[in-house]
Design a binder for this molecule. Structure first.
Ligand SMILES: [Zn+2]
Length: 290
């Protein structure tokens, strides 16, 4: 296969990028791509090939301590791992009726906002859980991807929010099982949920801002709760983490409803994290249920 034959060729040769000007070139290309996506974000762009991925050092901390490093991701798509990779393009007409039972115990109180360089992460107060088919997952963190990672019927969106949970009471030796809720976001009205914390996002990478809940007019994040009420309408499938090591132990719930955020809000988050969406992966024989 061509990709395989090119494996030993430095990545800048394959993409025609001169190594001395990699950074500037990539920066320029990124901003051009973002502009295009903002203009016509409903069109799937080939720009995904240039988007950054992130590297995860600790499999239990999705995106935590991760540094953008995506070369290996692009060299051998689908060959280094199994057949349950994420994200995917969800074809709505092919989704079967699944009948999953979901219940929530979310207070939605934000504890702190972190700028991890590659993404903005929200940490909630402990004690938030979500139960799917009688299995309980504990909330871990919430973060963003710009543009979206999942596609629905070939459509990409300018942003996607992930709410990451892990299975409760797992043994240390077991592979961590995840439940990730994905919310796709299009440009539109200002998103009040994001507005609550966007001013709290630290300017510098690696900084953490503890949030003074009293400073927020709505410390209970009622809009987060509203978001989660959407859980009765989703696509469910089995997939992987979208950052290395791409562990295939993720239960994905991709919300059917497309949420809105203002262009300024999406740009603000993109300015901090850059383009951090993994390109779509083959679905193979996987089922998607509603
Ligand atoms: Zn994510």
């Amino acid at each position: 296969m061509r990709l395989y034959q090119h494996r030993n060729v430095p990545i800048h040769h394959r993409f025609g990028i001169h190594p001395d000007s990699d950074k500037n070139r990539m920066k320029n290309e990124k901003s051009t791509i973002i502009k295009k996506i903002y203009k016509q974000f409903w069109i799937l762009g080939l720009g995904f090939l240039l988007l950054n991925c992130t590297q995860e050092k600790n499999k239990d901390d999705v995106h935590q301590n991760a540094k953008p490093n995506s070369q290996s991701d692009y060299l051998l798509p689908g060959l280094d791992h199994g057949l349950l990779q994420s994200p995917i393009n969800i074809l709505s007409k092919e989704a079967a009726t699944g009948g999953h039972t979901i219940s929530l115990n979310f207070t939605g109180e934000i504890d702190k906002v972190e700028n991890l360089g590659h993404t903005v992460q929200l940490d909630l107060k402990p004690g938030n859980t979500i139960t799917v088919d009688r299995r309980t997952f504990e909330y871990k963190q919430m973060h963003f991807h710009t543009p979206s990672e999942h596609l629905i019927d070939g459509i990409t969106y300018p942003m996607e929010m992930h709410v990451v949970n892990t299975l409760k009471d797992q043994q240390e030796s077991e592979t961590t099982e995840y439940l990730v809720l994905a919310f796709l976001v299009k440009m539109g009205e200002e998103n009040t949920f994001i507005a609550h914390f966007i001013d709290q996002i630290p300017k510098e990478e690696g900084e953490v801002n503890e949030i003074d809940l009293n400073a927020l007019t709505d410390s209970k994040m009622s809009n987060a709760a509203n978001l989660l009420k959407e859980l009765n309408s989703y696509y469910y499938y089995k997939g992987s983490l979208t950052t290395p090591p791409h562990t295939e132990s993720v239960n994905w719930l991709v919300m059917k409803r497309i949420f809105e955020a203002s262009p300024e809000q999406i740009l603000r988050i993109n300015e901090i994290e850059g383009d951090n969406a993994r390109h779509i992966q083959a679905r193979y024989e996987r089922d998607i249920s509603e």
